[in-house]
Design a protein around this ligand. Structure first.
Ligand SMILES: [Zn+2]
Length: 492
């Protein structure tokens, strides 16, 4: 908590320079590690002010955060201690970005280098392993981008990571250092513009989510009060795997978070058990979706769990194109939506429906014979042709020209977007059963978010808790009093 307050009160604002090349976390793709110290606080002062410590253990792999050329390397030390006397005993790799900046990877294991001076490296290339060397009290990786200079220890500069931004202690962060971006994979995180929610109760948790944060609300029985929506810009029509990232947090505890995947053939309701130890993406469904932003994923608080008995996490949704849409002409035979051209859906073995790009978040059902319903974890069906027992809520899919015969009458009073054709309906016209979307996070919580202080958000300090601010001030003075000094030395 002390470190938490330190960071909250004394971190510089997120004024981040862009001098360095695009950076990704300096450990392998997909791994989740804790930020054990942020920048501009604790031992990160002076030349090392703009540094992060990551909770990697001895032997854990360190990879290049960005492309460059290995310019300096030390690998012969096996010494460490909690004193400046050991400052120069740290093993390191320095990668020159050739733009006036270089990256320092510090406290590495002796003789663990997988590169030599002069090697060109790409982001994600293995450099070395973490060790216990230099001025440290425990194994970790110290990473900073600094000015290119005549030493391995120069003035650090303000940067941020492409995959996680500018994380602080005690965030858990997942490396997106995964090579060139795949255009067929689209992620909509809760902090992205593609995620919106209504005016229900939503709280922000500042740790445990994909790219650090996520949002959550309480279970609300079988009544919908709070609804969130993810809408991606998808590259083309086709069969998509749709996944949601389960936060690694006790602020996501629902055993049946009720998602609705709105796809070409209708709406698929599927639940996710978020009570597991999260930190990973879990598949919700494989369904046909249209290009553009016509289709979406929604999550509400009607999990069926008693009022406030569980917390429902809203984190990141990932859409992965598995196969382009089929080429069967309109009116031709089909077995599933993906057998049909473009936005057409497979209804009654005939390609004839159109994209169900409903604009109402209350929609929980759609055309007859084209929805699938899954109500247990991992029960989502492949394809989109499972007949469901559609439980109609407020509105069903919007009408599009060419809706299949037998499709239930559309009663979406809110807005029915133009959904025929190439799925070009724009997001932004959504309504939540009559109440408009809250574009930002300005809302009045119906229930106090009791975990917010523990989440270490600077937004809560010092205004809301002035006494904490004074406590931290006192602590800072005490800490300064026994400061290690020697800020020009590379420390922990
Ligand atoms: Zn450090």
């Amino acid at each position: 908590m002390r470190q938490c307050l330190w960071v909250a009160l004394f971190c510089a604002p997120a004024a981040v320079a862009s001098a360095a090349p695009p950076l990704f976390l300096p450990f392998p793709c997909g791994q989740t590690k804790r930020v054990t110290q942020g920048h501009n606080g604790g031992s990160h002062t002076g030349l090392g002010a703009w540094a992060w410590d990551f909770g990697l253990g001895v032997g854990d792999a360190v990879v290049a955060a960005a492309a460059g050329r290995v310019s300096r390397l030390k690998m012969d030390s096996t010494t460490h201690c909690d004193s400046s006397a050991c400052a120069n005993d740290a093993n390191y790799v320095v990668v020159d970005h050739l733009d006036g900046t270089q990256a320092l990877y510090l406290h590495l294991q002796a003789n663990s280098a997988q590169v030599t001076v002069g090697d060109n490296v790409a982001a994600g290339d293995a450099l070395a392993a973490v060790g216990l060397t230099g001025w440290v009290t425990g194994a970790h990786l110290h990473f900073q981008v600094e000015q290119t200079g005549s030493s391995w220890w120069t003035q650090s500069v303000a940067v941020a990571f492409e995959d996680v931004g500018d994380p602080d202690y005690p965030a858990m962060v997942t490396s997106g250092n995964c090579g060139p971006p795949n255009p067929n994979v689209v992620v909509v995180d809760d902090a992205d513009p593609g995620f919106t929610h209504n005016t229900g109760f939503f709280a922000v948790a500042n740790a445990g989510g994909y790219r650090t944060s996520f949002q959550w609300t309480y279970s609300n029985g079988s009544t919908v009060e709070s609804v969130g929506e993810w809408r991606a810009v998808l590259p083309e029509h086709g069969l998509y795997k749709v996944e949601h990232h389960i936060p690694l947090s006790n602020n996501a505890t629902s055993t049946r978070a009720p998602f609705v995947v709105h796809h070409v053939g209708g709406d698929l309701r599927v639940t996710q058990d978020q009570s597991v130890t999260g930190g990973f993406f879990e598949e919700l469904a494989q369904v046909k979706m249209a290009a553009g932003t016509a289709l979406r994923v929604t999550l509400a608080d009607d999990s069926g769990e008693p009022l406030t008995a569980a917390k429902i996490g809203f984190d990141a949704v990932r859409f992965t194109l598995l196969a382009p849409a089929g080429n069967t002409p309109a009116g031709g035979g089909c077995a599933q939506d993906n057998d049909c051209t473009g936005a057409l859906a497979c209804m009654g073995n005939t390609c004839g429906g159109t994209v169900g790009g409903s604009s109402s978040l209350q929609s929980n059902s759609s055309g007859n014979g084209s929805s699938a319903t899954g109500t247990s974890r991992n029960s989502s069906s492949a394809g989109a042709t499972t007949t469901s027992t559609s439980t109609s809520m407020a509105a069903s899919s919007a009408a599009g020209s060419g809706s299949a015969a037998g499709t239930s009458a559309v009663s979406a009073g809110a807005s029915s977007g133009s959904n025929s054709g190439a799925g070009t309906s724009a997001a932004g016209t959504t309504s939540f059963g009559g109440s408009s979307l809250a574009g930002s996070s300005a809302e009045t919580p119906a229930t106090p978010p009791e975990d917010e202080v523990a989440e270490c958000s600077s937004a809560h300090l010092p205004g809301g808790f002035p006494w904490l601010g004074w406590g931290a001030m006192t602590w800072m003075v005490l800490r300064r009093g026994r400061s290690r000094g020697g800020h020009s030395l590379p420390h922990v």
